[in-house]
Write a protein that binds this ligand. Structure first.
Ligand SMILES: [Zn+2]
Length: 121
């Protein structure tokens, strides 16, 4: 993690999801970056988002190679689309695996750790 992402993780620890906004072109940027990938401007600022999202795609992990996640299988990892125009990544929780589907409305939660997770909305 670099200094650029510190406000993001601070917000996660407060239970708040923030996304960068570009002061030059106005577009939202996520995951956190030092420069706007759309126009190259620096000085991106963080702003809270609604926490709503829709599942774009997902995968069911049956065998994790990440030590922290071993023993939690099976679990679902998803890319979710935020109405603010960015895509975020995270585990889908509080939902039977067979019920997860593309297009499912979800909402951010930070119940289990500092990583954003997504539960059915
Ligand atoms: Zn920009």
């Amino acid at each position: 993690m670099t200094g650029d992402t510190e406000p993001y993780w601070d917000a996660c620890r407060r239970g708040e999801l923030v996304v960068q906004a570009c002061p030059a072109c106005g577009r939202r940027v996520h995951p956190p970056a030092a420069e706007c990938p759309h126009c190259g401007s620096a000085g991106l600022s963080f702003a809270p988002v609604s926490g709503d999202a829709v599942v774009h795609t997902f995968t069911v992990v049956h065998r994790s190679f990440v030590p922290e996640f071993q023993g939690r299988e099976p679990y679902v990892l998803a890319w979710v689309d935020l109405p603010e125009g960015v895509r975020a990544f995270g585990q889908v929780v509080d939902c039977a695996i067979e019920r997860v589907r593309v297009g499912m409305p979800v909402r951010v939660t930070f119940d289990q750790d500092d990583l954003p997770q997504w539960r059915p909305a």
